[in-house]
Design a protein around this ligand. Structure first.
Ligand SMILES: NC(=O)c1ccc[n+]([C@@H]2O[C@H](COP(=O)([O-])OP(=O)(O)OC[C@H]3O[C@@H](n4cnc5c(N)ncnc54)[C@H](OP(=O)(O)O)[C@@H]3O)[C@@H](O)[C@H]2O)c1
Length: 345
């Protein structure tokens, strides 16, 4: 069951499930109950606990692709646990992921035999899964993550509003995206990025039995877009929540205008550093095109594993790194047509 199956991400999740788990019986849902010709769409709202429980009665896995993740997840988590249905979402927000974690604990998901995988997308899920390549290297003291997105990719209102939300807000080291840093990718290109929150509690990422500090930088393939976001952050920092929503709505049409000037190229670069901040190794995932499929892939991997093996992981709250090994993630990314660079130094 894919909630939000007609959205930008949900439709990708559905298309990828069709490819990776063709025998899965796929059903979508949204508020209107319409919008897809290839599989049935049921009508539900993520706030409707009874409707959700009815919807999940015979489902093995629900993928919640309804963003932005600024709502209460309890109706859907209650429904998933009471119907013994595994759950995943594509959330990038720490508050949402922590609410799911608290509900998993409070509702004894493990006892109910349910696996919950919040953040089952690029950030935090795939980043954590790939970083496990360094679990046997105690010399890795911290991690830096750089995500560059191709501005030619389609962007929905939900995606744009979610992406804009932290920009200009105050984070632990000052305002998010208040200045740009440059980072050289493995192919020698220099890209610019702004600092951005990452959904790991205390900004520490689990690597094997340790947890290491992680900093995150996000940006676009075109430097002028990143400079524009620094400017937008200055304005947004002076606005309240409503003003920030208004600014995001005002800027949304510009994202459409920028598309023909951009590329589809996306890069996820994860750099492992030693205690002195020297690079010790890196993993890079490069998408020449179809980069927006990457955040949708991990959820499709869950459907594939369930159909193939009939099993996901030990029940309870699980980060993607507890369900998918780094080797399996790399193999699946390569299989999907992406280039993956792994360079231990
Ligand atoms: N973690 C990551 O790395 C990562 C990367 C990319 C995206 N994302 C997340 O993915 C999210 C999804 O973005 P998107 O671009 O796919 O959004 P979108 O295109 O706006 O789609 C939202 C979908 O949810 C449905 N929906 C909206 N409100 C609903 C409700 N109350 N109840 C039931 N269904 C509802 C919509 O259909 P109706 O309007 O017809 O109901 C639509 O199908 C983003 O907000 C972002 O947070 C995360």
């Amino acid at each position: 069951m894919v909630l939000g199956a007609t959205g930008e991400m949900g439709a990708r999740v559905c298309r990828l499930i069709r490819r990776l788990a063709p025998t899965a019986l796929l059903v979508g849902a949204n508020r209107s109950g319409t919008g897809h010709a290839e599989f049935p769409i049921r009508k539900v709202d993520v706030a409707d606990r009874e409707g959700l429980a009815e919807l999940l009665e015979n489902a093995d896995l629900v993928i919640n692709a309804v963003g932005p993740y600024d709502y209460d997840p309890s109706p859907i988590i209650h429904a998933a646990i009471s119907t013994h249905c595994h759950y995943a979402d594509l959330a990038e927000r720490l508050d949402f992921i922590e609410q799911v974690a608290a509900l998993a604990e409070a509702r004894a998901a493990a006892k109910a035999g349910v696996v919950l995988v919040p953040g089952c997308s690029t950030v935090p899920g795939l980043v954590a899964a790939l970083a496990q390549r360094w679990k046997s290297d105690p010399g890795v003291a911290k991690l830096a993550v750089f995500l560059s997105m191709g501005s030619r990719n389609p962007v929905s209102r939900g995606l744009f509003a979610g992406m804009m939300d932290p920009i200009g807000r105050t984070g632990p080291g000052g305002r998010w995206f208040s200045r740009l840093v440059s980072h050289q990718t493995d192919d020698g290109r220099r890209l610019v990025f702004g600092s951005y929150p990452i959904a790991f509690s205390g900004s520490r990422l689990p690597v094997g039995s340790r947890s290491v500090p992680v900093r995150f930088h996000m940006g676009f393939d075109r430097g002028w877009i990143n400079r524009g976001l620094v400017w937008a952050g200055r304005v947004r920092g002076r606005l309240g929540t409503r003003g920030a929503k208004w600014l995001a709505a005002l800027l949304f049409p510009l994202a459409g205008l920028a598309r023909p000037l951009g590329t589809e190229r996306g890069v996820l670069s994860i750099v492992a550093e030693d205690g002195e901040g020297r690079e010790r190794g890196r993993i890079e995932v490069v998408a020449a095109s179809h980069g927006l499929d990457i955040p949708a892939l991990p959820a499709a991997w869950l459907a594939q594993a369930l159909v193939r093996d009939g099993w996901l992981a030990a029940p309870g709250l699980r980060g993607l790194h507890r369900v998918v090994s780094p080797e399996a993630a790399v193999a699946a990314l390569v299989d999907a047509g992406y280039e993956v660079v792994f360079r231990p130094s």
